[in-house]
Design a protein around this ligand. Sequence first.
Ligand code: SF4
Length: 382
Amino acid sequence: MNVLDNKAYLRKSLLRWFELNGRHSIPWKFKQDKTLPNFGESIPVYRIWIAEIMLQQTKLKVVLPYWYRWMKIFPSLLELVNADEQKVLIHWQGLGYYSRARRIKSSAKILFEKIGTENVLDPDSWPKNIEEWTELPGIGRSTAGSIISSAFDMPASILDGNVQRILSRLIASTEPLIKNKKQLWILSDKLLDKKYPRHFNQALMDLGAIVCTPRAPSCSICPWNSHCIAYASSDPTQFPVKEIRKSLPLNLIGIGIIFNADGEVLIDQRLNKGTLGGMWEFPGGKQEQNESIEITIAREIREELGIEVKVGEKLIALDHQYSNKKLHFVVHLCQWVSGEPQPLCSQKLLWVRPQDLSNFPFPAANTRIIAALHEYLCHKDA
Ligand code: SF4
C-alpha cells in the first residue's frame, strides 16, 4: 500500500480532525488585532520566528511563559536589535541550548538590515522564501517552512520531531530517523495541502503532540488510523525504529564556589566561541586520573584564575546530560587565600553578592548550584 495514493483522504481527514481538536489558541498564530487570520492572510512574522526558535527541542507548554515574557521585553525586531546580548541571554535562561539565543541576536541584525526600520511591523516586508530564512544562523529547512507557512500561509513543508515520528509510523519505515530524512521530506512535501498549508502543518504538529505521542499513541482516535501501516502492525511504538547508540562518556567535574572576606563569590564568563559561549559559571574543571575532587578544584582554580583557595565542605553533587556526554558535577565551597584572580581561560571575572547571581545568565546545571547555595546561606544565617 502506498500512502500517497490516499493523500486526498489523508489531507481532508487531518484538517477535519484539526478543526475539532487542534490547538487554536497559540498566541503567535493570531494577527496583531488578536483575531485569527483568513486563509492566505499574513500575520506578524517576528512573533512566529521567536516562537519557532524557542520550540526547537522544547515543548509548547514550556515555551509559552518564556514567549509571553520575551514579547513584553523585546516586543519587536527593533527592541531586539538594540538589546544587549547579556540581556537576551538572561531572558532565555531556563530554555537551555543558549546558542539559540545568540543566533536569534545575530539573525535579528541580518533581518533588520534587510527589512529596515519603517517596515518591521509589516509582515509583507519580511523574507518569504526558504532560502533567505535558512541563510540565517540556527534556521534549518523545517523551521523555515514552519515560519513561512504560519506567517504567510505559503506552501512550505515541515519535518520537525513530531512530524518525523508520525510519517515514519504512517509508512512503518524500517530505517532509523537519521537515515530516513530524505524519504520523510518527500512524503511531507507530497502530503502537504497546498491550499491550506498553515492549517495542514499546524494540524500535523498538533497530531504529534496530542495523538501520535512518542510512548502511547492514541491510535483509536487518530484520523489516519485506517491508512497507518504502523497501527496495522499492532505495535506502533516500534516506530520510528531506534538507532543503536553507544553509551555516552561520563566526565567528573569539580566546581568551586569561592568566597572572599566580604562574602562575595567569584564567577567567570566563558569565551564567546564554543559551547555555552558568553554564559557565566563557577570556576572548575575535569577531574584527572588518581586525583581527589578537592585537588581537582584547587588545581583548576590555580590554572584558570591564578589564585590559591582552601577547598571546604561539599555543597551539592549533580548530573547533567548533553547530547554527546554526561557530566557529574561535585561542588565545594572554597575560601580565597591568595593571588589576584585573572581570567586566564575566560573573558571576564567578577566578585558578586550571592543575591545578585540572578542578574547573570548561567547554564542550566549552574542554576541548580545557585539554588543550593542560597539554601545553604539561608540555613547558615538562621
Ligand atoms: S494511527 Fe497511531 S501510529 Fe498511526 S499516525 Fe495515528 S496515532 Fe500515529
